[in-house]
Design a protein around this ligand. Structure first.
Ligand code: ADP
Ligand code: MG
Length: 246
């Protein structure tokens, strides 16, 4: 066997591939606000398979960071590598494709398309993803069962669902491609504590089954025991600590 034959490639995974997330010298500000950077992160790494709970006060930049990790926002300086891929090296279309294939994202506001049916919302994510969805409906229904959602909802318009139902559909949409990286932004803020605990159990079970790396943002510290890494954004973010001028 030759040293770099494909058979050997799987034995020697390059170190970068072991990280789900690798940030170096990240600097981000919103347009026109260069003097008040939201994020200045010299270094941050998340190993593949980790379950990370990211906390921090409202307005501290958590959603901004998640949008940068998903390639929805682009850093002003520095590097963000996701699963070994430097996002800064991709065109915006290639970033969209990369996100669709590898990242599942549950937004704070869910971002479902209200006038489309639930199934069409999920179909859209599957269409952009890496898989040939031979029978999308079956996979979607399996996810619905696991999430405790009535299968009858699949034909309803997303805008007709309750907030709790929309949230579960948003999770199903994020999981339809079995993404390597699952990013969830404040999913429990609209739930009472019983519903929240049931929701967490389901989310973590499915995530574990799929084997994805999980980054979960919340300010609800009652949830931290579900995670093996608790990160306070202020520990990694130096914005505000020093005046940076880009
Ligand atoms: P968090 O998710 O921790 O509550 P955000 O990432 O939403 O925080 O916001 C971080 C900071 O960036 C806040 O000061 C917020 O006002 C600002 N911000 C968020 N989105 C935008 C935007 N689209 N344009 C300008 N400023 C923004
Ligand atoms: Mg937020």
């Amino acid at each position: 066997m030759y040293p770099d034959s494909p058979e050997n490639a799987t034995l020697t995974v390059p170190e970068a591939k072991l990280d789900a997330v690798k940030i170096n010298n990240l600097y981000f500000f919103y347009p026109g606000k260069a003097r008040t950077a939201v994020l200045v992160i010299p270094e941050w790494r998340i190993a593949r398979g980790a379950r990370v709970f990211l906390k921090g006060p409202s307005g501290s930049g958590k959603s901004t960071l998640l949008n940068l990790l998903a390639g929805i926002l682009v850093a002003n300086k520095g590097n963000i590598e996701i699963l070994g891929q430097n996002l800064g090296a991709l065109s915006s279309r290639a970033r969209d494709r990369f996100r669709a294939a590898h990242i599942g994202m549950v937004f704070q506001q869910f971002n479902l398309i209200h006038y489309l049916s639930v199934l069409d919302n999920i179909r859209l994510a599957a269409h952009f993803g890496k898989k040939d969805m031979v029978d999308l409906t079956v996979t979607a229904k399996q996810l619905f069962d696991a999430l405790g959602l009535d299968n009858m909802l699949i034909t309803k318009k997303a805008g007709e669902l309750s907030v709790g139902q929309q949230q579960r559909v948003a999770i199903a949409r994020a999981l339809i491609n079995s993404p390597e990286l699952l990013i969830v932004d404040e999913p429990t803020s609209a739930l009472d504590s019983d519903t929240r605990d049931a929701f967490m159990k389901i989310l973590l079970e499915i995530s574990q089954k799929q084997g994805n790396t999980l980054i979960f943002v919340s300010h609800d510290t009652a949830l931290t025991h579900h995670f093996n890494h608790i990160v306070n954004l202020a520990e990694i973010n130096q914005a505000g600590a020093v005046e940076y001028v880009c």
